[in-house]
Design a protein around this ligand. Structure first.
Ligand code: NAD
Length: 296
């Protein structure tokens, strides 16, 4: 069992950290939110006064922060924690960030004698709670071998995508597809409702037809169609519109770097940007259905 520092205990990091505790690891945790810290303290984690204090003595450091700037702020620069991590320790950076940011952290870690993997996840908050996340890992295979038991305490599927940054590249492609599929699913359901169809009936039909996808299977965007999904609790506690917007921005940056056409990804990015500009940035991304629904 390892002593793990866990930084970032939000919708995803909170349940991931709880699963590490359940697996028997000891945890030292840090977040800016006192409420998030309390949940982990109640479950037996030690609360650290700062990120620097959390990482000292840790064998493994897991970070689950919103975006590149938070991750670079945590690890790099004059106040970065890299210099406080003991040599030989292992960083598992699980946030969804730019490929270049992951590579920059890996380089700094390497210079300090610390191993690092980019290991972003898929599976949503329900997958984080159930310990069934999919990890997309970038970095050396022998380091992944070391990380395997820790990742298995939080996830079910672990993929080695390639060298440093490749995990993030895979995650960015996946989330561009997710953003497109959620917007498309919401558009189809809104069209059906405007034509008098019951969204439950239409969802059942499409889930057994050629339009089937992840949103229809377990993350329906229309309130009341499914229990225990963000749409049925006021679009709270899921994957924020602004986080999806960030991921579609990462896809746009990745595409520009290699002149790749991503017309649907760009259209989806603009839909979520419009939705965010209308005040929905903190809602779950499935609330995109509100943008597409005919108003009475
Ligand atoms: P969240 O906003 O719920 O949680 C982020 C947490 O980080 C918050 O508790 C915040 O207080 C904390 N934080 C921010 N800056 C900090 C700092 N400097 N030091 C310590 N703590 C800090 O976000 P989330 O939904 O948990 O997502 C986290 C990451 O996982 C994002 O990169 C997101 O894109 C990715 N992700 C989210 C989902 C999802 O379904 N929510 C799924 C897959 C991947």
């Amino acid at each position: 069992m390892s002593h793990i520092a866990f930084i970032g205990l939000g919708n995803m990091g909170g349940p991931m950290a709880l699963n590490l505790l359940k697996a028997g690891h000891t945890l030292s945790v840090f977040d800016l939110s006192p409420a998030a810290l309390k949940t982990l303290a109640d479950a037996g984690a030690a609360v650290a006064a700062s990120a620097n204090a959390a990482v000292t003595d840790a064998d493994v450091i897991v970070s689950m922060l919103p975006a590149s700037r938070h991750v670079e702020g945590l690890y790099l620069g004059a106040d970065g924690v890299i210099g406080r991590i003991r040599r030989g320790a292992l960083i598992l950076e699980c946030s969804t960030i730019a490929t270049q940011s992951a590579v920059a952290v890996a380089r700094a870690a390497d210079a300090a004698g610390v191993a690092m993997l980019d290991a972003p996840v898929s599976g949503g908050t329900s997958g984080a709670a159930a310990g069934t996340l999919t990890f997309m890992v970038g970095g050396p295979a022998d380091v992944l071998e070391r990380a395997w038991p820790v990742l298995l305490a939080m996830g079910k599927n672990i993929f080695h995508a390639g060298a440093h940054g490749a995990g993030q590249s895979a995650k960015i492609c996946n989330n561009m597809l997710l953003g497109i599929l959620m917007a498309g699913t919401a558009e189809a359901l809104a069209l059906g409702m405007a034509n008098g169809l019951d969204p439950r009936v239409l969802s059942d039909i499409m889930a057994k037809s050629s339009g089937r996808n992840w949103a229809l299977d377990g993350y329906n965007p229309v309130p009341g169609v499914m229990d225990n999904v963000p749409s049925s609790r006021g679009y709270s506690g899921g994957f924020g519109v602004d986080l999806m917007l960030k991921d579609l921005g990462l896809a746009a940056e990745a595409a520009m770097g290699v002149k790749a056409p991503i017309p649907l990804g760009e259209l989806a990015r603009n839909l979520y940007a419009l939705h965010s500009a209308g005040g929905a940035g903190a809602l779950d991304f499935s609330s995109i259905v509100q943008l597409l629904q005919a108003k009475p």
